[in-house]
Design a protein around this ligand. Structure first.
Ligand code: GDP
Ligand code: MG
Length: 205
């Protein structure tokens, strides 16, 4: 009897306040976008399932409020993470400079076995703003930084125009699956329900 392989992946999204973390998640999970800025308070997650080869992958994507101090989120928040998404705004230089800090903080808090092997995905968001004319971080500059950190996947995105969002999160799932150690496989044989039903009906009480 074939078993469906199911995998739960914990994904942490980090970056400065206002870069579009919540918007990217909203676009990916609910395919919606709002121009109104609503600061995220604390941390929460959204989930979406996707199929990658023979696996059903559930992405559990954790949102954070960027302005919060890492310490207040606690080590438990990062523990068991399978991928870390770092987001900056291509129109805001400071948000790009801060990637370095978010990257370091994640590594120091997440209790990683080998930080060099841990999958990160970087998203340079809001490429749509003013048709791209207010951009201050070029793709080349971003790629230079990424190269200095090892092999980090990179996407320029627009949550507003739904540009590259699907592709970027698919890559999150794929890179997490490739780095085996943290996988949480849940095997669900298709017979589970039937067996339970049988047990119940044969119960004498
Ligand atoms: P967060 O603090 O990182 O979670 O950022 P939000 O997702 O709350 O977004 C901050 C603001 O930027 C909101 O007003 C969003 O509507 C806007 N925003 C987010 N993504 C984009 C985008 O791709 N393009 C444009 N033009 N605005 C965006
Ligand atoms: Mg937010």
């Amino acid at each position: 009897m074939s078993k469906q392989r199911r995998t739960l992946l914990k994904v942490i999204v980090l970056g400065d306040a206002g870069v579009g973390k919540t918007s990217l998640m909203d676009r990916y999970v609910y395919n919606r976008f709002s121009d109104h800025y609503k600061a995220t308070i604390g941390a929460d997650f959204m989930t979406r399932e996707l199929q990658i080869e023979d696996r059903v992958v559930t992405l559990q994507i954790w949102d954070t409020a960027g302005q919060e101090r890492f310490q207040s989120l606690g080590v438990a928040f990062y523990r068991g993470a399978d991928c870390c998404v770092l987001v900056y705004d291509v129109n805001v230089s400071k948000s790009f400079d801060n990637l370095h800090n978010w990257h370091n903080e994640f590594i120091s808090q997440a209790c990683l076995g080998d930080p060099k092997k841990f999958p990160f995905v970087v998203m340079g968001n809001k490429v749509d703003v003013n048709g791209g004319s207010s951009r201050v971080i070029s793709e080349r500059k971003a790629r230079e930084w990424l190269a200095s950190k090892g092999n980090i996947a990179f996407f320029e995105t627009s949550a507003k125009e739904n540009y590259n969002v699907e592709e970027a999160f698919r890559c999150v799932a794929q890179t997490a699956l490739l780095s085996e150690p943290n996988l949480h496989d849940i095997y669900l044989p298709p017979t589970v329900e039937a067996v339970e039903e049988q047990t119940r009906s044969s119960c004498q009480c």
